[in-house]
Design a protein around this ligand. Sequence first.
Ligand SMILES: [Zn+2]
Length: 80
Amino acid sequence: MDYGLIGKIEKAKRYAEERDRIEFLEFTVTFKGENNDHTVTYRAGQWHCNCDFFQTRGRCSHTMAMETILEGMVEIARAG
Ligand SMILES: [Zn+2]
């Protein structure tokens, strides 16, 4: 038995439930929309999406979905 590893597994389970320990700094995802794929990026608290809606509103269904998925680990975009 690797007790060291068992301890780490237990710690990982606890950490995985403590989302506020994690803060995303940057990432890029391909978001499969209903019609097209979109590229959503997040860097230093700033969201970006290449869909048309985002270009005029600074927020869109793709970035808002990501905010929900990553709640507590990313900053929420400000509309307008
Ligand atoms: Zn979008």
